[in-house]
Write a new protein. Structure first.
Length: 249
């Protein structure tokens, strides 16, 4: 409770200092709007209903990209973790695919899929893929050799060993990767909208930039930050419930 109070007081102090600095005339409102101006703009966007369609588009892109990236990352991690020879062959290509800046892929994805939802979902999925892939590989490799030998002596099949030993052991590491991926999903959705989105919070930032509406830009940053913190806390809560149930089991 004291930690939360201290955090809230720090935020309040920063906002007061920010407001005082802007009102002193030391900085132009075009460069940095005051918190009161940002709050007024944000309330106007919410009350008028202009914010909600863009928020819905970004959340949809984020969810679809996260789902695709999670399925592909978890599946590829399990596949390469179970077959070391395949891992040695494909790992350099997987790593190379992650070294290409996703923003640079935007124009190419637009050529392939056109403007709209699809290229943004693809960018989001590519960004979410690697944390799940790498954490799955790491988690599966943490199984103790003695436990593997025990399962082998008991006659467990490869599938039984995977489902009853390896995945439960790797679960905390995999969920940590999911926590990272869920934050990166929001980043991927917004970045994708920068390139080819017609709707969404990222597209709204580009539109506000074209009119030099700094209050709206900062207000959208506030919305993105609040959304990211909300989904991260939701992921932490889900992780806590899953691990507690797993520990009881």
């Amino acid at each position: 409770m004291r930690t939360r109070l201290a955090s809230a007081l720090l935020l309040a102090a920063l906002l007061v200092a920010w407001e005082a600095w802007c009102r002193s005339g030391a900085v132009s409102p075009l460069v940095l709007p005051a918190p009161s101006a940002v709050a007024e703009t944000l309330w106007g966007e919410v009350a008028s209903g202009r914010l909600w369609p863009h928020l819905r588009v970004t959340v949809t892109e984020m969810a679809l990209g996260l789902l695709a990236g999670t399925v592909l990352g978890l599946g590829a991690g399990i596949l390469l973790g179970e077959w070391p020879a395949l891992h040695r062959v494909l790992r350099p290509y997987v790593l190379a695919s992650q070294l290409v800046p996703k923003l640079a892929l935007g124009p190419l994805l637009i050529l392939w899929f056109g403007f709209g939802l699809t290229p943004t979902v693809v960018i989001t999925a590519l960004i979410c893929f690697f944390p799940l892939f790498e954490n799955t590989l790491t988690g599966l490799a943490q199984v103790e050799p003695g436990q593997r030998e025990l399962f082998r002596m008991l006659g467990a099949s490869r599938a039984q060993t995977l489902l009853r030993l390896k995945l439960p052991t790797a679960l905390p590491v995999i969920l940590a990767g999911f926590r990272v991926a869920i934050v990166l999903a929001l980043v991927g959705a917004v970045v994708g909208e920068f390139v080819g989105g017609r709707q969404g919070l990222g597209a709204s930032i580009i539109a506000a930039q074209s009119t030099m509406d700094s209050s709206l830009i900062v207000a959208l940053f506030v919305v993105i930050t609040a959304l990211g913190m909300a989904v991260y806390e939701a992921a932490r809560g889900l992780e806590f419930l899953i691990l507690r149930r797993y520990a009881r089991g």
